[in-house]
Design a protein around this ligand. Structure first.
Ligand code: PLP
Length: 585
């Protein structure tokens, strides 16, 4: 099998290790899990991102829940190797020089996927330009556009300077990377026989090689830049190139990616459907997200699977056979994971939580549509349920984007409720949510709660991490959960399926809150406290049905067949390799 890279995977954020603050949330963690699976499955891939020297921020919370942010300090050299290769891009007519740092992600069989982090912090650049690759999702529209020029155009040029040209596929993980199309067009046209090789012809050639995954079902979530800013930053040459294939009204990264990709997909079945509604006329497929099961299984679960399903690290499908794992061993592993979580939570937040109480985990970016506060819609009702059916502990975590004032107010409000319900419901907020805390939370909680406003949760992946550790979900039917939900078997639904609505109806929160309380009172708490054996049996079904499917080994295999269409190419190359050997012999 060829080791020439087949796919270049471009992502503004990539979550590789908790010590590398090069991701902000689900998009980056998905990128990291994709790369880990590609390495395990021996898929020749290279990945490109920005270095983010100051990272996504470090979150401080005071006693009242006020968030302040600090740049993350991290020792880049501990995680990546500085390379000699250089590339440059033009920004507002200035040349910005770039270097690359390489981090190798090793798979189980020893092969590795190199991740190249672009870095503008070079002495040739102006002081301002040196900071262009520092902050993930920081700054204003100008800063963001410069970052996207560096990721897209700079990324293609850096790959060329590292010796990677004409790869079989360029995968745009979200629209941030769409300017890579300009980098590819530039290469094509430079190679063209006639200097004026029509832009349209070049675009057609480039399209053949691009794959675009869209992640956001909200129109406002799609990056868009005003024409005057785009023209100023990109410069006349690229602007003219864009204009030749495209109208100049503005630079909408999603539109650009849609027009330039041969294969487009949403990240869950429902999200594909929603995206087809948002972008009529484009053939949008669905490949449902997954998680890298071996990364997200807590150590006691890893040991459990090693004992019972020895091939599981290579073949996540074998988690299907978790139905045969004795429930007492599963319960033992779960208790260990819960102990590890509660030890951390108690140490960091002094919450005094105990191992016998039903513990609900809720962690994600703190932003309005995730509805952190749905559980608190009617506090009297919540208190009544707890008094009647059994104790409840709730652990929250999540960062609000520095400019998301509503998100910050949500964190503050959780702290307020925590004080109000003190001694009745134990509530805590674990600061600085990152991959490390996600690993603890998605393994050590008893139930994973998710309450997005449908259809805004494109996929969601934390519930999949929970599934790898046997945690049932209690979730609104949206994103991946529409596919993963089997009532009373893999968890519980909050409310009925809500059909696609542009604007959530005013009564939606009240209706979902009622359904949430109803589920807690009549299904979740009674199952946990009175039907322990059924709860344990649910755990094995969660792993067997959802852990075995909602993982990135399955997802990457689907990309390989559907989006990269690489299987034919493999066979082709192997045949050719076979022929040349026979000629030689
Ligand atoms: C998995 C993960 C997310 C994404 O969770 P969702 O359920 O998709 O919102 C966000 N942040 C971190 C740190 C994660 O590990």
């Amino acid at each position: 099998m060829t080791r020439d890279p087949l796919v270049a995977y471009f992502s503004m954020e990539i979550g590789l290790e908790a010590g590398m603050p090069t991701y902000a949330g689900g998009l980056g963690v998905l990128a990291g899990d994709t790369i880990r699976s590609a390495a395990d499955l021996d898929i020749p891939m290279v990945a490109v991102s920005l270095l983010h020297r100051r990272g996504y921020f470090f979150q401080h919370l005071d006693a009242a829940g006020n968030q302040t942010e600090e740049p993350v300090s991290w020792a880049v050299e501990d995680y990546a190797e500085a390379l000699e290769a250089r590339a440059c891009v033009e920004v507002e007519g200035r040349t910005v020089h770039l270097r690359a740092w390489r981090h190798l992600v090793r798979g189980i069989s020893g092969s590795a996927v190199p991740v190249y982090f672009l870095d503008a912090d070079l002495p040739q650049n102006t002081a301002e330009d040196r900071r262009l690759t520092d902050v993930l999702y920081g700054g204003d529209a100008y800063y963001r556009l410069c970052q996207e020029v560096i990721l897209g155009i700079g990324g293609i040029r850096m790959l060329a300077s590292l010796g990677y040209r004409d790869l079989y596929r360029y995968h745009l993980n979200e629209g941030h990377a769409a300017l890579l199309v300009l980098g590819l067009l530039e290469q094509r046209m430079a190679e063209g026989s006639q200097p004026q090789m029509s832009c349209k012809a070049a675009l057609e050639a480039v399209r053949e090689h691009c794959v675009f995954t869209t992640h956001t079902p909200v129109p406002a979530g799609h990056d868009q830049f005003p024409a005057d800013l785009a023209r100023r930053v990109l410069g006349e040459r690229f602007w003219a190139l864009l204009a030749a294939c495209w109208d100049n009204a503005s630079l909408n990264m999603t539109e650009l990616a849609l027009r330039c990709a041969r294969y487009i997909n949403g990240v869950a079945m429902k999200h594909g459907e929603v995206s087809r509604g948002l972008f009529p006329g484009y053939p949008i497929h669905s490949i449902t997200n997954g998680v890298h099961a071996a990364t997200w299984a807590a150590p006691p679960f890893q040991r459990l699977y090693d004992r019972h399903l020895p091939d599981w690290r290579r073949d996540f499908l074998s988690l299907r056979y978790a139905v045969g794992i004795p429930t007492d061993e599963l319960w033992q592993a779960h208790q260990e994971a819960k102990r590890a979580l509660l030890d951390t939570v108690n140490r960091v937040t002094n919450a005094g939580m105990n191992c016998d109480a039903l513990t609900v985990g809720f962690a994600r970016r703190a932003t309005a549509y995730k509805r952190f506060l749905l559980l608190f819609h009617d506090l009297d009702r919540l208190v009544g349920i707890v008094k009647q059916t059994g104790p409840l502990q709730i652990i929250f975590a999540g960062k609000a984007h520095p400019r998301d004032h509503e998100g910050k107010a949500i964190i503050w409000r959780v702290h307020e409720v925590k004080e109000r319900l003190r001694d009745i419901v134990a509530i805590t907020y674990l600061p600085n949510y990152d991959m490390q805390t996600a690993r603890l939370l998605c393994a050590g909680s008893d139930v994973w709660l998710n309450t997005p406003v449908p259809p805004l949760e494109a996929s969601g992946t934390s519930g999949m991490k929970a599934a790898v550790n046997g945690l049932p979900s209690l979730s609104v039917l949206d994103g991946w959960w529409i596919e993963g939900h089997v009532e009373g078997v893999t968890g519980w639904a909050i409310g009925e399926r809500i059909d696609i609505c542009e604007q959530p109806e005013p009564g939606l929160d009240a209706c979902h809150a009622e359904a949430l309380y109803d589920a807690l009172e009549h299904r979740v708490l009674p199952c946990f406290y009175q039907e322990q054996e059924r709860y344990r049996d649910m755990m094995r079904h969660v792993i067997a049905l959802n852990g075995s499917f909602f993982n990135t080994h399955r997802m990457v295999a689907q990309y390989l067949h559907m989006a990269y269409q690489a299987v034919g190419r493999y066979l082709d190359q192997n045949n050719r390799a076979g022929e040349s050997t026979s000629h030689e012999s």
